[in-house]
Design a protein around this ligand. Structure first.
Ligand code: SF4
Length: 337
């Protein structure tokens, strides 16, 4: 059931986006919303000049454009390549999200309507490869959330599966809207990964995402649909309640995840990185929210980038590994970074 409220305030669209059915469908769906033509989704001057305090308002904007860059980046975690896919940016507002890149430039959802062209590139890459690659299609957006607007996820995944002889797709999500994945024809070639954090962190940091219980039910449902259970603990955030919060998370996971999948889980664990840009936007856009930056726990890496100090992170890694071993002793840990 879709109970998610999306309040789009304005739609900016590239003129050539009007040639695509997806644009027409979205215009029909959002009939009464103001629509503003633009030259390029990459450079909308009035948005680029917005102040940090307007970050939350900018998140209600939808941009429709065509993707022109298709560069695949090699990756060596769960996938082999990060693939520029059907959207960039996101309607949700996680305070640490790396999509808060050049200040406000890519925070809002940019939906690319030339989806067949995007998919044809991917199909060609898979069919021209002797190796069976896994493609990460969700590194620039949350595809389950995007699908509430585009309603295209099922068709896009099926298009890839029907037109390729091999190759897998994967994407992470913080949402419970997994219904479009139920009837995917070959579930061995799709790896949906649900990302979890303690409820306390979700409430205070991951605004507009599904709550923990709903995400856990989504993991069970995906397993019943026929998918292998992949769980991201990400990003791990170290606060004064770190041990308590994450112990509570694992205890809830143990209680609510179907026992049949406990041994089959593959975990990925990623610790939070943060930046000066995040700090400035969060301070001004969410003045009452918790401060994710800690001088005591973090150190700089490159200009304006922060990560946990080595001894802090080592402690955190050991603690999360300990929790996995206690609650899910037979699960696989793919990596902890
Ligand atoms: S749901 Fe994912 S993509 Fe969206 S804001 Fe949160 S971390 Fe970023």
């Amino acid at each position: 059931m879709n109970d998610y409220k999306i309040n789009i305030s304005k739609i900016y669209y590239e003129k050539n986006a009007l040639e695509f059915d997806l644009t027409k469908n979205i215009f029909d769906e959002y009939k009464n919303i103001e629509k503003i033509p633009i030259e390029s989704h990459n450079n909308i001057e009035e948005l680029r000049k917005s102040e940090n305090k307007d970050f939350g308002k900018l998140k209600n904007i939808l941009v429709l454009g065509t993707r022109k860059t298709f560069k695949y980046v090699e990756n060596h975690k769960i996938s082999d390549f990060l693939v520029p896919f059907t959207s960039s940016g996101c309607y949700a507002m996680c305070m640490y999200c790396y999509l808060v890149c050049n200040f406000n430039k890519c925070s809002y959802l940019r939906l690319f309507v030339n989806q067949k062209q995007i998919l044809d590139k991917l199909v060609k890459h898979a069919n021209n490869s002797l190796t069976e690659y896994t493609y990460e299609i969700g590194s620039n957006s949350d595809l389950l959330l995007e699908n509430l607007i585009s309603k295209n996820l099922y068709n896009n995944i099926e298009y890839f599966l029907q037109n390729t002889k091999h190759g897998k797709l994967t994407f992470p999500s913080k949402f419970k809207y997994i219904e479009p994945l139920k009837d995917i024809s070959d579930k061995s070639r799709l790896l949906p990964r649900i990302s979890l954090n303690p409820e306390n962190i979700i409430n205070k940091v991951e605004f507009r995402t599904s709550n923990l219980i709903d995400r856990l039910h989504a993991i069970n449902s995906l397993y019943y649909f026929g998918y292998k259970p992949y769980i991201l603990i990400a990003p791990v955030i170290i606060t004064d309640n770190f041990e308590e919060d994450y112990n509570e998370l694992f205890s809830t996971m143990h209680a609510l995840l179907d026992k049949k999948l406990h041994d089959k889980i593959t975990f990925e664990v990623i610790f939070m990185t943060y930046s000066y840009v995040h700090r400035k936007i969060n301070e001004e856009a969410f003045p009452k929210a918790i401060n994710l930056y800690s001088e005591k726990l973090m150190t700089s890496r490159g200009v304006g980038k922060y990560h946990y100090k080595m001894q802090v992170k080592d402690y955190g890694k050991n603690y999360i590994e300990h929790l996995i071993k206690v609650f899910f002793p037979k699960a696989t840990i793919k990596y902890i970074v």
